[in-house]
Design a protein around this ligand. Structure first.
Ligand SMILES: Nc1ncnc2c1ncn2[C@@H]1O[C@H](COP(=O)(O)OP(=O)(O)OP(=O)(O)O)[C@@H](O)[C@H]1O
Ligand SMILES: [Mg+2]
Length: 220
């Protein structure tokens, strides 16, 4: 099972939106997917309660229970877990990062969001985890996206799929759906499909590298 955390200390940047939408996209791609909601606000859990489909499964928990929950999920045959983190709870965020194979860091193209990123990146780097930024709630096109991509690239890799501000993200969330379910032919669905495709490729590479690393280790 692979584990992906959505992390950034900046509130409202799109952690929960990406966690639920990517989890729905992953399910449709055949991954047995679980969302672990570490946020006491329970935004992802509220989405799940409005949802009729059972998949992706969602569990709300405290950070202290994370290792046990992940172990159980592995034994139950889940192949992918997304952890939705609470921005302001540093120990919970560190615990999620530590358990993750990859971290996605959502960031709006605004000065306050950009300024908050070095602290998040420092924690991820200290814990030695691979990560990438995702621009969120962007205008549909234009110089703001380019400037933000260039600014973030100084700190780390940036996913080449900006997530545009579209009301369908809010409408789908209110209906307990992912945008790929709510408006399958829409632009948001297309960008979530592209974002998932990017992440799936990245996760494949991580799994491949881990296998190669194991194969190189001398037998004891
Ligand atoms: N691409 C988008 N387009 C339009 N609205 C968006 C988009 N992404 C997120 N939102 C909206 O912005 C608000 C904050 O998003 P979200 O809850 O995903 O952020 P968060 O990082 O999880 O916040 P918190 O730190 O409070 O947990 C929500 O109302 C959500 O519906
Ligand atoms: Mg949230």
């Amino acid at each position: 099972m692979q584990v992906v955390s959505l992390v950034t200390q900046k509130g409202g940047s799109g952690k929960t939106t990406l966690a639920v939408n990517l989890a729905v996209a992953a399910c449709r791609a055949g991954r047995r997917t679980l969302i672990l909601d570490l946020d006491p606000q329970g935004t992802a859990e509220a989405w799940y309660q409005d949802r009729e489909e059972a998949e992706p499964r969602l569990v709300r928990l405290e950070a202290a229970d994370l290792p046990r929950a992940l172990e159980l999920a592995r034994r139950q045959g889940f192949t992918l877990a997304f952890i939705d983190t609470p921005g302001r709870d540093a120990p919970a965020v560190a615990s999620a990062i530590r358990q993750s194979d990859f971290c996605l860091v959502p960031c709006r193209p605004t000065p306050p969001d950009m300024k908050a990123q070095p602290a998040t990146v420092a924690t991820i780097r200290r814990l030695g985890r691979p990560f990438a930024f995702v621009l969120t709630q962007t205008p549909p096109r234009g110089f703001r996206i380019r400037e933000a991509q260039q600014g973030l690239a100084v700190l780390g890799p940036v996913v080449p799929v900006p997530v545009v501000a579209r009301s369908v993200y809010q409408d789908a969330q209110g209906a307990g759906l992912g945008v790929v379910e709510y408006e399958p032919a829409g632009k948001a669905a297309e960008e979530m499909a592209r974002l998932w495709a990017w992440l799936a490729r990245r996760l494949e590479r991580i799994a491949h590298d881990a296998q190669a690393h194991l194969a190189r280790r001398p037998a004891s």
